[in-house]
Write a protein that binds this ligand. Structure first.
Ligand code: ATP
Ligand code: MG
Length: 269
């Protein structure tokens, strides 16, 4: 049985508009019948243009928004059947890294407080030097000097902030990480540093990961398998090299033609 199994997942939004005399109701099928499986230790790259439903899909998996229908089964457990408190407990096992590290970090909390809080989600009793050591280790894991742990998010560069956001996602010792456009807000040179960090961490920690981007070049660099999303549906999926070099769907071909900076990342290693 795959580690993550997504079956016929739908997430629809109802948008109301018009006037009070002639109200209109429009259904947006942001996720429209997605089937996907993910094996333990694998990176699945999800790619598609802006508005195709990538973030809605990831938030639905995380149970942050309810699915309209379908199933998300993680490690044999159907997440949509869990109560809220059970979801909160289970969510320690699946963490998210967001596109904008500045918006996703609390500006009033030092890096130490942010990471300590995340560590204590898993180990509520941890304090004192054990907690300090754990935070120090986390910072080293993402390439940050422990000396900066008393600083606030605004004192860091974009790349450093994304390292902090990654450390925070790792802190509760998750098994699955969903990274939603984690490098899109960064300069190209910093992008490759963060991509390499994610790749190394994923291998070292044996994480299972869904890596989301609108850039097929980035996804090809990092993923084992690629799924291409278009208007809420998966139009093509397969091993990264096959999807990238022998695309079948017209939409994938168009995505490849529009890659802005293919040469920057080099060949996947
Ligand atoms: N809360 C909401 N209410 C209504 N419509 C929504 C809501 N969230 C998203 N949508 C719509 O669902 C569709 C998919 O949006 P989503 O943010 O998932 O796309 P995306 O692929 O992540 O785009 P981007 O690359 O810009 O982040 C869009 O048409 C969007 O307008
Ligand atoms: Mg998005």
């Amino acid at each position: 049985m795959p580690y993550l199994q997504i079956t016929d997942l739908h997430t629809h939004f109802t948008q109301r508009g018009g006037s009070i005399f002639s109200p209109t109701k429009q259904v947006v099928r942001a996720v429209d019948g997605v089937n996907l499986t993910l094996e333990k230790g694998e990176i699945l790259g999800l790619v598609g243009e802006s508005g195709c439903g990538k973030s809605t899909f990831s938030r639905t998996i995380m149970q942050l928004i309810p699915a309209t229908s379908g199933a998300v089964v993680l490690d044999g457990e159907d997440l949509s059947k869990l109560s809220r408190s059970e979801v909160r407990r289970r969510r320690l096992d699946f963490q998210m890294v967001f596109q904008d590290p500045y918006a996703s970090l609390n500006p009033r909390m030092t890096i130490f407080s942010t990471l300590a809080e995340a560590v204590r989600q898993r180990h509520p009793k941890l304090r004192g030097s054990s907690l300090f050591n754990r935070v120090e280790t986390l910072m080293a894991t993402v390439g940050l000097d422990a000396k900066v742990m008393r600083k606030y998010p605004h004192e860091f560069s974009g790349g450093q902030r994304q390292r902090i956001a990654i450390a925070r996602a790792l802190a509760p010792e998750p098994k699955l990480i969903i990274a939603d456009e984690p490098v899109s807000a960064l300069d190209v040179s910093i992008q490759s540093q963060i991509l390499n960090l994610i790749k190394t961490l994923q291998k070292d920690l044996g994480l299972t990961m869904i890596f989301i981007s609108h850039d097929l070049g980035v996804v090809h660099y990092i993923a084992d398998r690629i799924a291409v999303m278009y208007k809420g549906k998966i139009v093509e999926s397969g091993p990264a090299g096959t999807v990238f070099y022998e695309p079948k769907a017209d939409y994938t071909k168009r995505l490849i033609a529009s890659i802005p900076k293919l040469a920057t990342y080099g060949e996947p290693g």
